[in-house]
Every structure is written in C-alpha cells, then in structure tokens.
Design a binder for this molecule. Structure first.
Ligand code: GLN
Length: 492
C-alpha cells in the first residue's frame, strides 16, 4: 500500500505496516506532515504543528521496533490534540486571543499518557474559542472547513480534531465534550466520537469550560481505534478529584460479542419530529440492522429532553462564568495596554481578549448566578437536571443501550447559523443530555445524505458501561461498512 493511502487507514492497519517494517514511524509521521502541508491551508484543522516533538517520538518508536521491544498498541500512530489540552512547553490557546501567548508549563494527564504510549502528537487542533460552539466558527484565529465539503462546517467545538482525522492529517484525535463537542464533529465528518462517562478520564490540564460536564475523549476512524485510545487515557488521577477511583477494563474485550438478546431502546422524542429525511432513514437503517443481528428493539420515552437545552445553557454558562474569571490579564496570556487603573486593565483585557460567544456565555452565566435570580434559574436547572438523570436511570433499567440521531440534520453551510445563537444551540438537542446525566455516549457514522455528507447515529449507555456501548457500536460499524476513507474533495 502506498504511504499516502496508509495514512488514511485505521491504527491497526498502520500498526501492521510498522511491525512488518513496511514503513517506519518516522516515515509515517512525515507522510502525515506532507498531507498537512497539502491540505491544511484549506481546512484549518491545526492552530500550530508540533513537528519536532512528533518526529522525536516517532524516532523512539523506530528504535523500539529495531530492538524488538514491546510496543504500546498506539505507538507511532499520529494524533491531533485539541488546543485546550496542555502539552508542556507549547502554547495552549483554546483558540482565544486571551491565551494567544500562553505557553503551558506542564502536561495534562492525558498528554502524559500519550507520551508514555509513544504517540506522536502532530499538532494542536483548532476549536471554538474555549470549546463554546457547534461549528468551529467561533475560533479567534480561523474557521475550520469540513473535508467532505469545504463550504460546510465540520461541527464544533472539536472541529479541528475531527477535520484533521477526516482529511488524513492525523489518524486519531483527542477532543473534549461538554454538550456534544466530540460527537457532533464526529458525526459531521463521518467519524467515530466517544464521550466517556463523567470522571472516567482525568481533566487535569484541560482548560475548564463547565466542570460538571466536561470530558475528554477519542475521535477516530473506527470503533476499535476509539476503544484503544480510551484504554490509553482512562483511569483514576489523584490530580483530578472528579476522576473515578475504579480500574478501567480493557475496552476492546467485548467488541466482537454477538448482540443476541441485547436490548436497544430508540428515544421516541428524538427519533420522530424535526429530522432531516436522510437522518430518519439512517435511524431506520440502524434499527433494522440491529434487529437482523438479534437485538431486541424497544421504544423509550424521555419526556424531559425538551428542557435539556434550557437546563444546559444555565448550568454550562454559570460554570463557564466562574471558570473564565481567572483570565484577567494578571495570571495568564494577554494583557491590554494603555490601562489607567487595575480595574481598567481587567475590563480592557477581557473586552479585547474574549470573542462574542464567550462574552455572551459569561454574561448569561453571571446573570443566572446573581442573587435574586439564583433560585429562579440555577437551582431550578439543577433540579431539572436531576429529573433528566432519573429518566435515564429508568430507561437503563429496561434497555442496555439507547439509540437516537446525533444531530437532527447533517453539516450545515458555513455562515448559515452564526448570526442566530438559538438555532446554533439547537444542533445539540440530542447530545447535551448525556453530559447532564454523566453517561457515556458516542457517534457512529452510518451513511451519506443526498449531498454526500455523513450521517451519524448516537448510542448511549449507563455510566461506566463503555464496553457494552463499544460492542453495540462495533457491530453496527461492521454491518453498515461506512467508508471512512478520505473524502475526495480534499484530494490534491
Ligand atoms: N455546542 C455546545 C456549546 O456550545 C457544546 C460545546 C462542547 O461540548 N464543548 O456549549
């Protein structure tokens, strides 16, 4: 296989080529950089590259192969790291002007694990500023374009991570997901995206957006790659007190298990109204596939889903307004010039450093937390959040996995929603509840719509049941044979 083709394949195919010495890890990494050179001007997936680091890591992989040493499962597999996750001695910008000149003094825990597993990090991937958005149009530096059609958004906020994998500019990626930011871009770019259970992966070294919702997770071309990357990053971390003190299983162990007797519930409220025709057709295709694999299909009603956007935009903005208070021109990054007083410096720094969407969130959140409004908004939202979680607990007493679309429609045109925040927020109607409930959820690509854009479906399971979730996802992937190879539009 030509190396230009190999870089578009899954990690297992690349590993085979490495172990058979058909290609070296340095050659593989260099081929990915060649691809970045050819395409990224159009796509905009990376904020910046980390070439010295990636080539040094690849060199170490080659030494190990030469010596016949054991090789970690993803050693030498090129990865894109979302630019809100710290890599020591490189900038972490969160695609914000306010952090443009910030260099991280330490590694995030996930980054440490990537390093220990000899995974070359190709670069820091673009995102919506502070991970706030669904289209990657909120980056302070540049938008990201969808490799399947350059006029469409890649989804957000992990749009750079997803576009990089879809375009062959990385084999796998890490994103973060607060309300759908891994799953939505995965679905718009024809990839697998997994948000793990809240607390499954350490967030130490991830720039916090909404701390009761944030999780880091994989964006990959195959379900198996998602399981392998989750194996690499999962586990307890004493530096993150919300990380679960429970040893993770091997997430690849049940991938191929048959589905006889497995109960899959489709979510009535998300599978009926307001769906694009091709999305409805994909849901039907997934349901029929599962039936033919011996699973039992059950209708599940989650009536409180209709409140989820409202609940999320109170909880998430409240937490964001508190988390973003630290960016004041004193401790990190950018500081406005020409300020007369300390107060003036704060105001000017924040006014010039934050983009419009981030300011909107800070104002909404500050309002929701202010005295007199706290009970009416924040407390009410938390109460509803509990009731939404109860609905899920109830559902998982009847079924193993829930099925729905990941988004009611496929990737939309760049510029078409950016002036209308509410319609942008509504793209997350299917994904937000998993974060509110803390459960794992993933996107699996199923088909293409009439414009040849990918359609994904979302699968969700109960907390810490990722092994079952991945098994159900793997079986669908195997049956539908979605072609994850590079979209022709990017071929140069
Ligand atoms: N699109 C949602 C938002 O704008 C979710 C973002 C995310 O998951 N980081 O908040």
């Amino acid at each position: 296989m030509e190396i230009s083709e190999l870089i578009t394949k899954s990690s297992s195919e690349q590993r085979k080529a490495l172990l058979n010495k058909e290609v070296s890890a340095v050659e593989l990494t260099e081929a990915v950089y060649k691809r970045v050179e050819e395409t990224d001007e159009k796509i905009g997936a990376y904020n910046f590259l980390t070439k010295d680091f990636a080539l040094e890591t690849a060199g170490n992989v080659d030494k190990k192969i030469k010596n016949g040493d054991d090789l970690p499962p993803l050693a030498g597999i090129p990865l894109a790291l979302k630019d809100n996750i710290n890599l020591k001695s490189y900038p972490t910008t969160a695609s914000s002007k306010i952090l443009a000149n910030f260099v991280s003094p330490y590694d995030a825990t996930v980054t440490k694990k990537l390093k220990a597993n000899l995974i070359p990090i190709i670069g820091k991937a673009n995102l919506d500023e502070f991970a706030m958005g669904s289209s990657n149009e909120n980056s302070a530096f540049k938008i990201v374009r969808n490799p399947w059609n350059l006029n469409k958004v890649p989804g957000g906020s992990s749009g750079g991570s997803a576009a990089a994998v879809a375009a062959g500019e990385a084999t796998v990626a890490l994103g973060s997901d607060t309300g759908g930011s891994i799953r939505l871009p995965a679905s718009y770019c024809g990839l697998v995206g997994l948000k793990p259970t809240y607390g499954r992966v350490s967030r130490y070294g991830l720039i916090a957006f909404a701390s009761s919702l944030d999780q880091i997770g994989p964006i990959t071309r195959t379900v198996e790659d998602a399981a392998l990357l989750l194996n690499t990053i999962a586990g307890h971390d004493e530096k993150d007190s919300t990380s679960l003190n429970q040893t993770p299983p091997d997430y690849t162990q049940d991938l191929r298990k048959d589905l006889k007797g497995v109960k899959i519930g489709y979510i009535k409220e998300l599978c009926s109204e307001g769906l694009a025709d091709d999305v409805s057709a994909s849901i039907e295709k997934a349901i029929n596939t599962y039936k033919s694999l011996g699973a039992e299909i059950i209708e599940i009603s989650l009536p409180l889903i209709k409140y989820s956007i409202a609940v999320y935009y109170i909880v998430a903005t409240a937490e964001a307004s508190s988390n973003l208070a630290r960016f004041d021109g004193v401790k990190y990054g950018f500081r406005a010039k020409d300020a007369d007083t300390l107060y003036d410096m704060y105001v000017k720094t924040r006014a010039q450093g934050f983009g419009d969407e981030v300011k909107r969130r800070i104002m909404l959140g500050t309002y929701a937390l202010s005295s007199g409004y706290y009970d009416a908004y924040y407390k009410k939202a938390q109460q509803l959040r509990r009731l939404i979680k109860n609905d899920f607990d109830n559902a998982f007493s009847k079924v193993d996995v829930l099925l729905s679309p990941t988004c009611p429609h496929t990737a939309f045109d760049i510029g078409s929603k950016i002036e209308d925040p509410l319609s942008m927020y509504l793209t997350d109607i299917a994904t937000i509840t998993a974060n509110l409930a803390g459960i794992p959820a993933m996107n699996v690509p199923v088909s293409l719509d009439k414009d040849k854009m990918p359609v994904g479906i979302q699968l969700q399971s109960d907390c810490l049941n990722e092994t079952k979730l991945l098994n159900v996802a793997f079986k669908l992937e195997e049956a539908v044979q979605f072609n994850y190879s590079i979209p022709s539009v990017t071929l140069v």
